[in-house]
Design a protein around this ligand. Structure first.
Ligand SMILES: *Cc1c(COP(=O)(O)O)cnc(C)c1O
Length: 391
């Protein structure tokens, strides 16, 4: 099927067929896993001219092409750059669009390693980093216009925040950035391209930790950055300058993960909804932070912009962090671990206050974050019921 045919079809169909080119590979459905550094040329002149389709292991392979094409199709982008991890995708994108003397606005609930990169790396290279409240459009408007500060080159968003699930008003923030001549970068890992098509909302570079739902099996790290024109060309150049490369087996496994993304997410979403509703009705729970629930503070924006919810959310308990720790330690089916989006349920009790510098998280509200896997949700509820009694 050609790219033009594919673009007219619905997302679930495109997920199945994106990036496939069986005629290029003797009819085999999937592309080969090409392990490569050297690519050979027929002559010295051809090598010097650099026009051959493939030239070196990190400048593209048929395996990488297949995943890039599938992602371009899902995101509606012209180009996708594969990165060795989701973190690498965030950092290479930020580095590509900033230079000394610029300012970047970063949402205060941003994924912590992205914050660390801004504070430890970008600031060392003369970029001013300013954290903003993702929910305060007027505050962000003022930050853009601040007269005694360097001009804003980029606004970095994450939707929703992956610990406490605030949903920023992306169209409103994109409009502010456009007025200021700034680019918008968005970490879209939670929704995946199936549930939020960021480029359709005017975002310039959309980033995924493919490690999570896209690959979906907790067995690899990979990142993607997708976009159009100059911004994505700059990302590609920076990734080459940094000598980044991706492991062919991981690219292949991510492509395999993509084929089942629609069915997996449907079940993650259904399970998460059942568990979240149960938690919301339990008197031991203070709040459930899941934009898909009608009672959630961000439900209206969520409903307007997203076509579905994935299975990562949080709930809170009144009391100190230790209360959340006790609940997490008492879980039996949920394992304790970083990352999310795999088939298995995970729990953690993040220290929210430590990861923020602009907004405040109440000290007497402890957070338990859950990544709801593909288990039977009633077993998960029984597990949570027992663990809450330990809290
Ligand atoms: C996990 C995660 C990343 C980083 O992905 P890695 O592949 O683990 O480096 C980036 N952003 C968000 C929102 C994440 O949850």
């Amino acid at each position: 099927m050609g790219d033009d045919d594919l673009a007219r079809l619905r997302p679930a169909t495109r997920l199945v067929h994106g990036g496939l080119a069986p005629r290029d590979f003797h009819g085999f459905v999937n592309p080969p896993v090409v392990h490569a550094s050297t690519v050979l040329f027929p002559s010295a002149q051809v090598m010097r001219a650099g026009h051959q389709r493939y030239t070196y292991g990190n400048s593209g392979t048929p395996t990488m092409d297949a995943l890039e094409a599938a992602m371009n199709d899902l995101e509606g982008s012209e180009r996708t750059v594969l990165c060795p991890s989701g973190s690498a995708a965030c950092t290479v994108a930020l580095a590509a669009v900033t230079k000394a003397g610029d300012r970047v606005l970063v949402v205060d609930n941003v994924y912590y390693p992205t914050r660390r990169f801004c504070d430890r790396f970008l600031s060392r290279f003369g970029v001013t980093v300013e954290y903003v409240d993702p929910t305060d459009v007027e505050g962000i408007a003022r930050a853009f216009k601040r007269s005694n500060a360097p001009p804003v080159a980029a606004l970095f968003l994450e939707t929703p925040g992956s610990l406490t699930f605030e949903v920023p008003d992306v169209p409103a923030l994109v409009a502010l950035a456009r007025d200021a001549g700034a680019l918008v970068l968005l970490d879209n890992t939670w929704a995946t391209p199936l549930y939020f098509r960021a480029l359709d909302y005017g975002v310039d570079l959309v980033i995924h930790a493919a490690t999570k739902y896209l690959a979906g099996h907790a067995d690899l790290l990979l990142g993607t950055v997708s976009g159009n024109g100059k911004p994505i060309a700059a990302v590609r150049r920076t990734s080459l300058d940094w000598g980044e490369n991706v492991a062919p087996d991981d690219v292949f496994a991510t492509l395999r993960g993509l084929r089942t993304l629609d069915v997996r997410l449907e079940r993650h979403q259904r399970n998460a909804r059942i568990v979240a509703e149960w938690l919301a009705a339990d008197s031991r729970v203070h709040r459930v932070l899941y934009p898909a629930l009608p009672g959630d503070a961000f439900h209206a924006i969520f409903k307007r912009d997203f076509t579905g919810a994935s299975g990562l959310f949080a709930f809170t308990l009144k009391g100190p962090q230790e209360r959340a720790d006790r609940v997490v330690n008492a879980l039996r089916i949920f394992s304790i671990g970083a990352s999310w989006g795999g088939f298995e349920s995970l729990a953690s009790s993040p220290d929210i206050a430590r990861a923020r510098s602009f907004t405040r998280w109440p000290v007497d509200e402890a957070v338990v974050r859950l990544s709801i896997g593909l288990e039977d949700p009633h077993d998960l509820i029984a597990d949570l019921d027992g663990a809450l009694s330990a809290g």
